[in-house]
Design a protein around this ligand. Sequence first.
Ligand SMILES: [Fe+2]
Length: 189
Amino acid sequence: MWLPERSEALLLLKEHIKADNLVKHCVASEFIMRALARHFGEDETLWGLAGLFHDIDLEEVQDDMSRHALVGSQLLEKLGFPAEGVNAVRRHNDELGEPMETRLDYALSAAETITGLVVATALVYPSKNVADVKVKSITKRMKEKRFAANVSRERILLCEKIGFPLPDFVTLALSAMKEGAEELGLAGH
Ligand SMILES: [Fe+2]
């Protein structure tokens, strides 16, 4: 079973992903997934790595969504990443048509999606500091369809499938991203 150290995992990710904002999206997903794993008493390393690696093929498939997550999950499988994580990575792309089954599957989709809403909300603040963002601003933004319109509200609400009412999920995600603010470039300027 392959569960690399974080430094090794980050190196691998950066070999595949050159766009800095995409690396940050993956790291943000990692932080939220770790927090969720802690909440559920699940394997924090596995969940964190699933978050970190979920979009590892995005530059390779050049946004061809019919291959996205398929190529990445095959790479991870070959490396020996646990099947549960491989499946979650593959299932996070709806377009592949494979239904989500496990808590990890739902967690990954909800987590990786809320990162976009948190970042967009933080960047509206003059400080551009995620530390200034309140849970309420995110839940308000959830209802503004035109704000960060590409962020699927429906996918964020998958949190309910794993027992999180939206405000609780926002609270967890926001505090996880505050924890990673420096690395995410969201610590203000
Ligand atoms: Fe993603």
